[in-house]
Write a protein that binds this ligand. Structure first.
Ligand code: SF4
Ligand code: SF4
Length: 71
């Protein structure tokens, strides 16, 4: 499973901009991020890492091991 939940989004649109495969879109009504094309998720974790409020959950199954420390 790829990205599977967005909860607590503050609508900054960062995840929409960083996702390489356009999985996430902004809902024009709620102004929050929604998972639009989940099947296209490459499990790259960029959206999760860039989200300022940790709103994005990616299921650990098949996820790439985190070997690089960003910081
Ligand atoms: S994990 Fe990567 S491919 Fe999947 S939704 Fe996030 S940024 Fe897009
Ligand atoms: S990066 Fe986080 S807070 Fe910003 S739009 Fe995406 S889910 Fe919402």
């Amino acid at each position: 499973m790829p990205i599977n939940n967005i909860s607590g989004c503050i609508g900054c649109e960062t995840c929409v901009q960083v996702c390489p495969t356009d999985v996430i879109r902004m809902d024009p009504k709620t102004k929050k991020a929604v998972i639009q094309y989940q099947a296209d998720c490459q499990i790259c974790h960029l959206c999760r890492m860039y989200c300022p409020v940790d709103a994005i959950t990616i299921t650990p199954d098949k996820s790439i091991p985190v070997v690089v420390s960003w910081g």
